[in-house]
Every structure is written in C-alpha cells, then in structure tokens.
Design a protein around this ligand. Structure first.
Ligand SMILES: Nc1nc2c(ncn2[C@@H]2O[C@H](COP(=O)(O)OP(=O)(O)OP(=O)(O)O)[C@@H](O)[C@H]2O)c(=O)[nH]1
Length: 266
C-alpha cells in the first residue's frame, strides 16, 4: 500500500527520490536571514555580505533518517514584503526572522506572518511558518522579550525559537530541520502538495507517481481521469547554488573562500 514520507510504498525502495522541500527565509533587512542560511549550510558565521542578493541554495539533508533535498531561498525584500509571489508560490514552509535587539524587525516579522495568513486564506492552503528571534547572543541589548516572541507565534499558530547565527550550529540546524518536519507534515496532510494547473481535457491513462520535482513524489493519482496536469511555472528570480559543506571544510586553509555567491567566508 502506498504511503508517504519514509514509510514503505509501492515501487519505493532505497532508490526512491528524496523528499523535496522548499524553504523561504523572510524578514526585515538585517534580521540575520543570510547569516542563518550560511550558518546552516556551512556551519560558519559570516559578517560580510551583499544585502541585495537573493539566492536559493540547495542542500542534501537527512531528517529523521529520511533523505531530503532541501532548497533554501534567502530572500532580500527591501523594507517591507515586495513581489512576494516569488516565494509565496514556491515555498513549502517559511522561516520568519527578526532580531531580538530590534523592535522594528519584530514588527516586520509580524507583517510577514500576516502576509502568510492572508496567502493561506486566499489559496485555501496552510503554510507552516516558524518564527525565529535571531541574535540571541545580543540578549543584553534585547528590545523584544521572549514572551513577546512566543505570544506573536501563538497568535499565528506557529513554532517559535530564539537562535543565534553566531553561536552553536546544532541549534540552527535543529530549527531548519523542524521546518522540514513541519513541511513534511503538511505535505502528508495534503498529498497534492503543490498547486496543479489543470490545462486541458485529456485522459490520464497511467497511475504512475508524479516526479518529485514539486514535492509530489509520493502521490499516486488514482482518481484523476479527465484532466492533464501541467507543471507549476518556475520561479524566475531565484538563482540556484548548490553548496557542499565538505568542500568548505576541505578548503579551510585558503585565506578567503568565496563559497556562496555574494558571501565571503573568512
Ligand atoms: N551578533 C549577531 N550578529 C548577527 C547575527 N546574525 C546576523 N548578524 C549580523 O547582522 C547583520 C545583518 O545580517 P544578515 O544575515 O545580512 O541579515 P539579513 O536579514 O540577511 O539582511 P538583508 O540581507 O539586508 O535582508 C550582519 O552584520 C550580520 O553579521 C547573530 O546571530 N548575532
């Protein structure tokens, strides 16, 4: 019997494609989105970056013994959410980041959560979001209490963590993996994980699983009989960069390593 996410399913064996999860990191400028992304991908903290670059990184992860092909979009909105379709229509889950030492960034994170709530209402779908209070190492300059963060997360029904991109890697990794778990739960609940575009009346003769490209790896369409399915349009703006952290390790001796587009890692 076919089932999803890590449990045995017909035709799925050790060689079945990994689950694909798209994760967008949003928040006001300076909240630490890039620093958290780079920390997760390379275990390093960076302090120099180009704030205008928006890249999508790809990383092979193992979450709860299951291989996951994780794509992370480090977004670069200006001061408020702009042209949000590029990530709203792409992501399976969102990390909404603010900085604990900035009340403004906390207020910004609230607008992102509102935006996600409106999007969920309009599309009749739910999108897991995790609220992250970053720069925990700067707690002595706090402008936002932990209770306020927890209350905001509670209002939107999302998980809440306080983290620091410059402290331990494991905590940051845990948060990203929690986002994968949330996305996976949502995909499980809604086996038609990505929006499908019904293009024309045409019989579908086979019942083969769709490709994993849009998170549909585990879906077998037994009931669709009159419509053909068209792939979702690709996100135009995002560039994809694959990061292998082992490469970063092996080149540690280089004085300056430009590993990611736009990031100089010392
Ligand atoms: N102390 C401390 N500084 C941090 C942390 N995370 C990021 N920073 C610093 O905060 C500044 C902004 O970090 P970014 O990661 O570039 O923030 P961003 O949200 O990506 O900002 P934009 O690219 O402008 O959207 C940089 O100087 C970082 O070095 C953190 O956890 N602790």
């Amino acid at each position: 019997m076919a089932s999803v996410f890590g449990k045995p399913r017909a035709g799925g064996g050790p060689q079945s494609a990994p689950l694909e999860v798209n994760l967008a990191i949003v928040g006001r400028r300076g909240a630490g989105k890039s620093a958290l992304t780079v920390k997760f991908l390379t275990r390093r903290f960076i302090s120099e970056y180009d704030p205008n670059l928006e890249d999508t990184y790809s990383s092979e992860e193992t979450v709860d013994h299951q291989p996951v092909h994780l794509r992370v979009m480090d977004t670069a909105d200006l001061d408020t959410p702009r042209n949000c379709e590029r990530y709203l229509n792409w992501a399976h889950a969102f990390l909404v980041v603010y900085s604990v030492d900035s009340r403004q960034s906390f207020e910004g994170s609230s607008s992102y959560l509102e935006l996600l709530a409106v999007h969920a209402k309009e599309t009749h779908r739910s999108f897991p979001a995790l609220l992250l209070g970053n720069k925990l190492d700067m707690a002595q300059y706090r402008q936002v209490t932990q209770a306020e963060g927890a209350a905001l997360a509670g209002r939107f029904g999302c998980l809440f963590f306080e983290v620091s991109a410059c402290l331990d890697f494991e905590h940051v990794q845990h948060v990203f993996h929690e986002a994968v778990r949330e996305a996976r739960r949502e995909l499980e609940k809604n086996s038609l994980a990505r929006p499908l575009f019904i293009s024309e009346e045409r019989a579908v003769h086979h019942q083969a699983p769709l490709t994993a490209r849009h998170g549909l790896a585990s879906c077998t369409f037994n009931t669709l009989s009159t419509a053909s399915l068209k792939e979702m349009p690709a996100v135009a703006q995002a560039k994809l960069v694959t990061v292998k952290s082992s490469r970063a390790q092996s080149k540690r001796k280089a004085p300056t390593l430009t590993l990611l587009k736009g990031f100089k890692i010392f």
